[in-house]
Design a protein around this ligand. Structure first.
Ligand code: 3PG
Ligand code: CO
Length: 555
């Protein structure tokens, strides 16, 4: 179709395989000491790329560069892959929810009216999601406005089902978040609302699985939130979190599921019943899709729900999957991301290969394609998912880097693909565990595998672009803001940084098939990762669409 026609590039040839490799969570941090796993790791291949100043530069990957509310917001893989896949900066869920609360539109929309039907008729309103200020999946201030606004709109009984974070915010902060929530609910109770925390658990162990890596996680959530069943029962959530953190190897991310019970009767205070209202208050989609299916789908076989409440009024903060229309009801319309690079490419006759392991599979497919779950053209696209391990990733820090590399090399050798999108998950996923040693190991394995992948590109006369989507492994300690020195706990140990960082990320181009004349432009000192898209479209031999962020290269 005419509107998707790309102009051939005036200088760069078509027909050379182009590999775009994303080292997930591999930032270029200003702190270059031993706590920076990216710099502490031996990475001869990345070093070589970095050393070629003509063909390597750094771009911004956080805040307003990727559609987040402010430049204090660290980047993340959702917004990062949206930007890299679509070539544009869209206002993202975090920003859209803020705006909808600020204007009051959230409380006037169809989604809110849908859940309101249940709670004005006497049903309980259940709010389920991540208790955090990380701003990646959810933000506490938004939750607070949501329960206050719901009370004003007629909700007389509210139950919160909270997932503790420790991944987008420091480990251990769950106690403060739960304490704050208890205080705010007490205020609400003083106004006459019967509002209580009903259940919870750690985000990596309860409810927030992604890409069907482990449905058992979602099942534990269902049992706690809906059925009121969990191995641990407490009469207060602060007590729950405090006690569960004392179990061996416990932390906020992996906290055991718990249910809050009535002091006198011992009954769960907030099971989900027929005719209730349920809102998932996370805006980010990947970790809400499975629990949404469990609530929304009449026929559902991924685990035994035991009891499926009838006539629930269910909504997501956003719609999490536009193709599946999941969920059907939502409080805020999601960003509408269109005319992504993948769609352009297949409509210009290019063939695409995309590969990662389970934990990042949807990143190089779903997020890359503007939050679409299918193919644009199945004949021209192959998506390969390597199953991830099901363990804390510091225990197996190589993750599936080797297997992804082998799949990438095989796809290159097949000669079938014009563009190959590869995501190495481990710098990010291991970085989130807070283990410095394991994250260094992850970076070293990635570098080794990257070397092998790029060697194959050279052998075939291809081209490549190596980049990242946001920082993470580049800083593994919390720091004193003034001195930059690591913060220490009561025992004198450094306090781990499990979250992403604000660091810029590298973009390097190369390959035996790249014309000698190609170098980084000098007139874009402040580019962001959305400029990566036009850059690899050029490498494939085409001019980028004129409304994309500008290319990083001169040819
Ligand atoms: C997660 O969901 O694992 C983290 O909150 C963010 O990680 P990602 O943006 O790198 O996927
Ligand atoms: Co991450």
């Amino acid at each position: 179709p005419e509107e998707f026609k790309l102009k051939p590039h005036s200088v760069l040839p078509r027909g050379k395989p182009c590999v775009v490799c994303i080292l997930d969570g591999f930032g270029e941090n200003k702190h270059k000491d031993q706590y920076n796993a990216v710099h502490s790791a031996r990475t001869p291949n990345v070093d070589k790329l970095r050393a070629n100043a003509q063909r390597c530069r750094f771009v911004q990957a956080h805040g307003t560069w990727v559609g987040l509310p402010s430049d204090d917001d660290m980047g993340n893989s959702e917004v990062g892959h949206n930007a890299i896949g679509s070539g544009k900066v869209y206002k993202q869920g975090a920003s859209l929810v803020d705006a909808a609360l600020e204007s009051g539109d959230l409380f006037k929309g169809d989604g809110f009216n849908h859940v309101k039907q249940a709670f004005v008729a006497g049903g309980t309103l259940h709010l389920i999601g991540l208790l955090s200020n990380g701003g990646v999946h959810a933000r506490y201030e938004q939750l607070k406005q949501l329960f206050r606004g719901s009370f004003e709109a007629g909700a007389k009984r509210i139950r919160l089902h909270v997932l503790t974070d420790g991944r987008d915010v420091p480990d251990g902060t769950s106690i403060e978040f739960v304490g704050q929530l208890e205080k705010d609910l007490e205020d609400l109770r003083a106004k006459g609302c019967d509002a209580l925390i009903a259940s919870g658990g750690g985000r990596m162990h309860v409810t927030m699985d992604r890409y069907e890596a482990d449905w058992g996680i979602v099942e534990r959530g269902w049992k706690a939130h809906v059925l009121g069943e969990a191995p641990h029962k407490f009469t207060s959530a602060v007590e729950a979190v405090t006690e569960l953190r004392k179990l061996p190897k416990a932390n906020d991310q992996f906290l055991e599921p718990f249910v809050i019970v009535d002091e006198k009767t011992g009954d769960a205070v907030g099971t989900i019943q027929d005719n209730d209202a349920v809102v998932l208050f996370n805006y980010r989609s990947d970790r809400m899709v499975e629990i949404s299916k469990a609530f929304e789908y009449e026929n559902f076989t991924s685990f035994d729900r035991v009891r499926y409440p009838k006539n629930l009024k269910f909504a997501g903060m956003l719609q999490y999957d536009g193709d599946l229309k999941l969920p059907a009801n939502y409080l805020v319309p999601p960003p509408f991301i269109e005319k992504t690079s993948g769609e352009y490419m297949v409509k210009n006759g290019l063939s695409i290969f995309a590969c990662s392991e389970t934990q990042k599979f949807g990143h190089v497919t779903f997020f890359w394609n503007g939050n679409r779950s299918g193919y644009f053209d199945e004949k021209r696209e192959t998506y390969v998912e390597i199953p991830s391990d099901k363990c804390p990733f510091n225990e197996k820090p190589d993750m599936k880097t080797r297997e992804i590399t082998e799949a990438g090399i095989a796809a290159l050798k097949s000669g079938r693909y014009d563009l190959l999108r590869i995501n190495y998950a481990s710098p990010d996923m291991v970085g989130h565990t807070g283990s410095l040693e394991a994250t260094i190991r992850a970076c070293e394995t990635c570098d080794k595998c990257l070397g092998e992948l790029l060697a194959e590109v050279d052998k075939l006369g291809g081209v490549y672009l190596v980049c990242s989507d946001h920082g993470n492994a580049d800083d593994m300690v919390q720091r004193n803001k003034k001195t930059g020195q690591p913060l220490t706990d009561a025992d004198g140990n450094n306090m781990a940084l499990t979250s992403h960082t604000l660091a810029p990320v590298m973009v390097a181009v190369g390959g035996a098939g790249l014309k000698d004349s190609v170098k980084m432009r000098e007139d874009l000192p402040k580019a962001g990762i959305a400029s990566i898209t036009a850059t690899f479209i050029n490498l494939c031999g085409y001019e980028a669409p004129s409304d994309y962020e500008p290319t990083l290269i001169d040819a």
